[in-house]
Design a protein around this ligand. Structure first.
Ligand code: MGD
Ligand code: MGD
Ligand code: MO
Length: 586
């Protein structure tokens, strides 16, 4: 995810060529759009200040696995007496360490947030002064939340009404309260709306006044890197086709098969994709609906290049595999995964063997194709320098020479940073938008609402009749998505593909702890070892991921089950919006 190896020379090359554009939506784009509606961009509280919060909601987030640097701040808060509440269908490693755990049904967070707002507004516990000065649409919101009384929300979320009520009261009464919401909760049909709703909460309570209050999904909006200089979108004008189509990486299976685009993926796959260049990704393992992905990659008439560090599942379908350098062998500059620092990555060793950085592969390709523009001769350190050439006041004092020397530099923001203490949101109104014309423009309800999962008992009873269990497949602690899932040390820790299943769901299917089980739906199936415990709530099973297909006993992984359907906004992936059934393998 460095700026050099992720999006500089490669983007320049593909822009100059006029190649199909890639919609990079597999991870976070629904949430990103949700934040944009309410706050106006990828902003939030400073994660470093979680140590001073009095109440922390760990919401659709598993920091012990995926965001360890936050967890040290959360632990510090706990030592100082803060209360920790996890909101997650699964008792993850992080949920286990919280004082309370609300195991809601997957994809129902938007309704829970509406109910918390119902309590805050209904009991007059909102910060009237903050709401008056810095928010838009309070009256309309107050009417809307009345439509979400506790019994209705209890039914949607599968949580006892008393639990929801006490959480809402506690949140309403405690300042500062900090919410770490993360990407787990937005991998659902209504994922964008869920994030949009949750981010309304701190404006109602006035938590944004405090450096240790508020909420954070991503801090990426604070970084004013010079993307235009890195990617050079202007080069597209020189391409033969200056207006190429866009292909969504979530639906790469359909795109390669030219199948009918999935719901809401309004792209025309015409002409067919004839050549594919893969770098920084292992789509055969990580993209949803593997059966289609594998069929697409298997096309004999598809020319596939994979630039990789390891011989991944995707490499098995390549015509040419090029060796790539690792982070230890190349230069780069990094921004944050949930903090406010810019970081220099300097190589520790020279590239091994014939491996090349992504940037160098594209530099050489550009030369061979006669692309004469000067930017194709920039060195990696030139690119690092350009990435930091920014007029953004938060970037002042950070340049490549100083960064390389220091290793890391905090953005030019106050030590005790409360970005929205005086409003100044990035929205068109400059306020926190409970009512949003932006949402309306996207074809959404302008007010917070609940969008049900695509696959659930409430939204699709017929499907749930055949496949009654919801499956979620978040990362195994020892893997980084599919990275490291080939390393002996990581496999030794992760064990084998497993399925957490609640005792009542197991008994109903004659499944005992340790049994081999088949997990299946209309898209595919896989085998796993059953782990019977109450870690997954009833009605939900958990298959920690992302295993390499070729390294599992049956050559499959959780994405054999997941669908290419997209989120409400952001055209994102719905990995955790997925129904299955499970059977014991005799
Ligand atoms: N060790 C490690 N670290 C990582 C990664 C990794 O693979 N391994 N991946 C990195 C990347 S690319 C990302 S995007 C992040 C992902 O990390 P997170 O943003 O934390 O997302 P997930 O791990 O997908 O899911 C977090 C939690 O959300 C829960 N969840 C699932 N569905 C729902 C729901 O509907 N509602 C609620 N409330 N919770 C739900 C899951 O059970 C899980 O415990 O981590 C990054 N860090
Ligand atoms: N079922 C399920 N599926 C998921 C997820 C899930 O939680 N469950 N998570 C989803 C999410 S959030 C994400 S972000 C995606 C991630 O999916 P990907 O973006 O494909 O990420 P990785 O699986 O880590 O694979 C990255 C590959 O890039 C290679 N690589 C690393 N650095 C370099 C480099 O500098 N140059 C080159 N050429 N290659 C390099 C690594 O060796 C690795 O094979 O997966 C998604 N898929
Ligand atoms: Mo991700």
């Amino acid at each position: 995810m460095g700026y050099v190896q992720w999006h500089s020379m490669g983007r320049r090359f593909f822009n100059r060529l006029g190649a199909s554009r890639l919609d990079r939506t597999i991870c976070s784009s629904a949430g990103k759009e949700g934040v944009r509606i309410t706050l106006g961009g990828s902003f939030g509280m400073d994660p470093e200040r979680f140590d001073e919060a009095k109440l922390i909601l760990i919401w659709g987030s598993n920091p012990i696995v995926s965001n360890l640097h936050l967890w040290s701040r959360v632990q510090e808060a706990k030592r100082r007496g803060a209360k920790l509440v996890a909101i997650d269908p699964y008792r993850s490693l992080s949920a286990e360490k919280c004082h309370e755990h609300l195991a809601l049904l997957p994809g129902t967070d938007a309704a829970l947030a509406l109910w918390i707002m119902h309590v805050i507004v209904g009991e007059g516990r909102h910060d009237a002064d903050y709401v008056e000065k810095y928010t838009l649409g309070f009256e309309a919101l107050a009417r809307r939340v009345k439509e979400y009384p506790p019994q209705k929300v209890a039914q949607i979320t599968g949580l006892p009404a008393e639990k929801i009520i006490s959480l809402a009261r506690e949140y309403a009464a405690t300042r500062p309260a900090a919410i770490r919401l993360n990407y787990g909760l937005q991998r659902h049909a209504g994922g964008g709306m869920a994030v949009r709703n949750i981010l309304c909460l701190p404006a109602l309570t006035g938590d944004w006044r405090h450096p240790a209050g508020g909420a954070v999904l991503s801090t990426s909006g604070f970084f004013g890197m010079n993307d235009a200089k890195l990617e050079r979108p202007d080069l597209l004008q020189k391409a033969r086709n200056a207006n190429p189509r866009t292909i969504n990486m979530v639906a790469i299976g359909d795109a390669l098969l030219e199948a009918k685009p999935s719901i809401r993926a309004l792209y025309v796959y015409n002409p067919p994709i004839r050549a594919l260049y893969v770098y920084n990704s292992n789509p055969v393992a990580v993209a949803p609906d593997s059966a289609k992905v594998v069929r697409g990659f298997s096309r004999e008439d598809l020319f596939t290049v994979v630039h990789e560090q390891f011989l991944t599942d995707t490499c098995d379908y390549a015509d040419i595999v090029l060796p790539a350098t690792t982070q230890l062998e190349h230069h780069d500059v990094h921004t944050a995964y949930g903090h406010l620092y810019v970081v220099a990555n300097s190589p520790a060793i020279a590239p091994l063997g014939e491996s090349l950085p992504n940037s160098e592969a594209f530099r050489r390709l550009a030369a061979r194709m006669g692309f004469a523009e000067e930017c194709f001769s920039d060195s990696d350190e030139d690119i690092c320098r350009q990435a930091l050439e920014s007029s953004d006041p938060r970037m002042q004092g950070i340049d490549w020479d100083s960064l390389k020397e220091k290793g890391w530099q905090r953005l030019n923001v106050p030590g005790r940073f409360a970005p929205f203490a005086q409003g100044k949101f990035g929205t068109p109104s400059g306020k926190c938008e409970f009512y949003s014309e932006t949402a309306k423009g996207m074809g959404m309800d302008p007010l917070p609402t609940y969008i049900a999962p695509r696959e659930s008992a409430q939204s699709n009873p017929a499907l749930a009749g055949r496949y009654p269990l919801a499956i979620i497949s978040p990362p195994n602690r020892h893997f980084l998505n599919s990275s490291f899932a080939n390393m002996p040390f990581a496999i030794a820790e992760a064990g084998e593909p497993s399925l957490e299943i609640h005792p009542r769901d197991a008994v109903a299917r004659g499944i005992a702890n340790g049994d081999a089980v088949r997990v299946f739906n209309d898209r595919g199936s896989l085998t796993a070892r059953a782990r019977v415990s109450d870690k997954a709530r009833e009605g939900v099973v958990v298959a920690l991921s992302v295993w390499w297909r070729k390294l599992t006993a049956d050559g499959r992984n959780a994405n054999d089950l997941t669908s290419q359907a997209l989120t409400d906004i952001g055209r994102g992936a719905t990995f955790y919006d997925c129904l299955v059934d499970v059977a014991r393998i005799p």
